[in-house]
Design a protein around this ligand. Structure first.
Ligand code: ADP
Ligand code: MG
Length: 402
């Protein structure tokens, strides 16, 4: 089935042809007609890198009333980099149409944004800055028709929920709400209902959330030798992201790698916005081969040539794992994801990856550790597990900041 047969306008069909898309992906095949004909809200889930942006972007572009210079569509994303990327993708899908699309996000001067918002028809933004503009009265949503949450499960979790609710309150009753992500846990689906009217739920891939093209491995290595193993991975032809848990760690690791001759740079939320954009730009152009990043780069980022993703330490949960490794293996390309683990983390890791539906191999780079060492590590894990279970204190929910 072709893009034309899905009911898209000539302008949209021309735009995808110019972009070189030969046929729609599964999620596009299902979601495009639903948005075009229907009146319903939509929840869409499909693998990382399967074209969700165009799945909502193309039909929404077709439904925009070009003659009305008001904000008709608002797309929210969890990071600034993703807001920029989504606005660029929408611009490239717009073709010849005169539709004004702007990205607004924090860390940028507000003046130019205010001017741009005067004629914007599609706004893509991060929640904080969007709320800021709503508060100033420079972003008016009275004529909003489409409200899209990209990476919806992330947008509805603790860190963003309050902001999202406040933004919802600024939108008119009559609008269509759309939510997209590769991961849609059941609790999020239930929560999503709060914001939606009888949504059509399109689940494209329940069993395989990460494309099978991503070869997944873990390396079991003692913390002392972890850096050496990373260097061996990087030496084997590498263009990709090394994920760390903290901002400090990204900075230190990138510096150490640079001293060892790698073209590495850190990307984290402590950097000024211009520095963030320059760093990310150099990575996209291939000037930097190793991006050492926090989860600012985990969600939605599409750099099709990325060959590798490394988790420098164990991911916190299944969602984090999926979105990180989904930065490679985009749209049918091959990719490799390697996770570095201390010996006592292997068990926990296996339970984290169980839901991805793909086999994770133990890499031959793994160390053969002496039995006493393993046993010692196991005992330590058991002890901390024991403490965790029996201490009354519940882990506090924190606002996540990358
Ligand atoms: P997702 O949001 O599902 O992770 P994206 O929307 O970021 O995926 O799209 C991934 C990449 O695939 C982008 O570079 C996009 O331009 C490209 N793409 C989207 N649809 C198609 C298609 N039908 N054929 C080929 N490439 C496509
Ligand atoms: Mg996406």
């Amino acid at each position: 089935m072709s893009f034309r047969e899905l009911g898209l306008s000539k302008a949209s069909v021309e735009a995808v042809e110019r972009k070189g898309f030969s046929e729609p992906t599964d999620v596009q095949r299902e979601v495009i007609p639903l948005i075009l004909d229907g009146r319903s809200d939509v929840i869409g889930q499909s693998k990382t890198g399967s074209g969700k942006t165009a799945a909502f972007g193309l039909p929404i572009l077709d439904l925009i009333d070009e003659s009305r210079k008001e904000v008709q569509t608002l797309v929210l994303t969890p990071t600034r980099e993703l807001a920029i990327q989504v606005s660029e993708e929408l611009r490239s899908l717009r073709g010849r149409r005169k539709i004004d699309i702007y990205a607004i996000y924090g860390g940028q001067p507000i003046g130019p944004q205010i001017r741009a918002l005067k004629k914007a028809q599609i706004v893509v933004g991060t929640p904080g800055r969007v709320l800021d503009h709503i508060g100033r009265g420079t972003l008016r949503l009275d004529s909003l028709r489409f409200f899209v949450l990209d990476e919806a499960d992330r947008m509805l979790d603790m860190g963003f929920q309050e902001d999202i609710e406040a933004i919802f309150r600024a939108t008119p009753r009559e609008k269509r709400v759309m939510m997209f992500s590769a991961t849609m846990p059941m609790d999020v689906l239930l929560l999503a209902k709060k914001y939606m009217k009888k949504p059509e739920v399109v689940i494209v891939s329940r069993d395989e959330i990460v494309p099978g093209e991503v070869e997944q491995e873990f390396v079991e290595v003692s913390p002392a030798r972890r850096y050496e193993v990373l260097k061996r991975i990087l030496n084997g032809g590498f263009y990709g992201i090394v994920f760390c848990q903290t901002k400090v760690e990204t900075r230190e690791l990138a510096e150490r790698l640079r001293r060892d001759g790698f073209r590495a740079e850190a990307l984290n939320g402590d950097m000024s916005q211009p520095a963030r954009e320059r760093t990310f730009g150099r990575f996209k152009r291939g000037k930097t081969e190793v991006l050492v990043a926090t989860d600012v780069a985990a969600r939605g980022i599409d750099v099709p040539e990325i060959s590798h993703v490394v988790n420098y330490s164990i991911p916190m949960n299944t969602e984090q794992y999926i979105h990180r490794i989904g930065r490679t293996g985009r749209m049918g390309r091959k990719g490799k994801a390697v996770t570095l683990l201390a010996p006592d983390e292997v068990g926990r890791f296996r339970s984290i990856v169980r839901r991805t539906g793909v086999k994770v191999r133990r890499s031959e780079l793994s160390e053969e550790l002496p039995r006493e060492y393993r046993e010692m590590m196991r005992r330590e894990t058991l002890e901390s597990e024991y403490r965790r279970r029996w201490s009354k204190q519940r882990p506090r929910q924190r606002r996540r900041r990358y």
